[in-house]
Design a protein around this ligand. Structure first.
Ligand code: LIP
Length: 263
């Protein structure tokens, strides 16, 4: 795919941050056995990845706004464009030496995500999409799955941890969905859950209580791969409500029905 200059810039930044994280990830694997554990080290790795991305993106496009997990929100001279960045999605996996985490970078224009990059650096899988140009993983075009029956479908979600208020609703979702599908996975990285819906590995995904930076890039991957995305509660904004549903063309509606009834 011949992407725009902005997409190429995002890919360059994601690869650079990914290289730094892969180096740190090897160290984290060693630190598991230390008494102190890898907590502080991982926070540093996370912040360093955001610094690298910010330097690349803001260096090249100084007028764009910024929303990053580590450094928060900064308005830009151009109020119509902003980067939405999670330098390390799946931090808990990274911390525990589990190779399932990603760099996530999105570009929003006039409130709509127009380009997204999710880089799974540990597996060297680069997912990217641009509005109207399709979604890709490395060189291959992505399509959502063609499964039509809930009972054959695998869905992903995130189960809230650490006393988060969205836990009861998520448990209710699971109680309603699990008996009628082939399984639910909880792998701990929303950006990759969405990338896996885009690539047809999962048939759908939903999660409550997540942030714009966890999902922004993944949402355009799903849409450009022929899938659908929407809020858990009809009429709400996805980013503002922090609750999202994504699915292939056949199962998005039945999934929404189950989750919205539960809500
Ligand atoms: C995480 C998500 C994960 C979700 C967690 C958290 P982080 O992002 O990707 O799927 O369940 O609540 O938001 O904190 O690793 O960037």
């Amino acid at each position: 795919m011949q992407g725009s200059a902005n997409l190429n810039l995002m890919i360059k930044a994601a690869r650079k941050a990914g290289r730094s994280l892969v180096k740190d990830f090897r160290e984290v694997e060693n630190l598991q056995v230390s008494a102190k554990g890898p907590g502080d080290f991982v926070s540093k790795a996370d912040r360093e990845a955001e610094r690298i991305i910010k330097e690349e993106l803001r260096g090249a496009r100084p007028t764009y706004g910024w929303l990053g997990e580590e450094t928060g929100e900064e308005a830009g001279e151009d109020p119509t464009r902003r980067w939405i960045v999670d330098p390390l999605d799946g931090t808990t996996n990274f911390l525990h030496g589990l190779p399932h985490w990603a760099v996530s970078i999105a570009l929003e224009h006039k409130g709509e995500v127009v380009a997204g990059v999710v880089f799974d650096a540990a597996k060297d899988e680069l997912y990217y999409a641009e509005k109207g140009l399709g979604a890709y993983m490395n060189e291959s075009r992505l399509r959502v799955s063609g499964r039509r029956h809930m009972i054959e479908a695998i869905f992903a979600t995130g189960v809230p941890f650490g006393g988060r208020s969205t836990l009861p609703a998520t448990l209710q979702d699971l109680a309603r969905l699990m008996p009628v599908c082939a399984g639910v996975r909880r792998w701990g990285a929303a950006a990759l859950d969405l990338a896996y819906v885009a690539s047809g590995r999962y048939d759908g995904y939903w999660e409550r209580g997540i942030n714009a930076w966890d999902m922004a890039a993944g949402l355009i991957l799903v849409k450009e791969a022929g899938g659908f995305v929407g809020p858990v509660r009809e009429g709400r904004e996805i980013f503002e409500s922090g609750a999202v549903i994504a699915g292939n063309a056949e199962l998005y509606d039945p999934l929404c029905k189950i989750l919205r009834e539960a809500a």
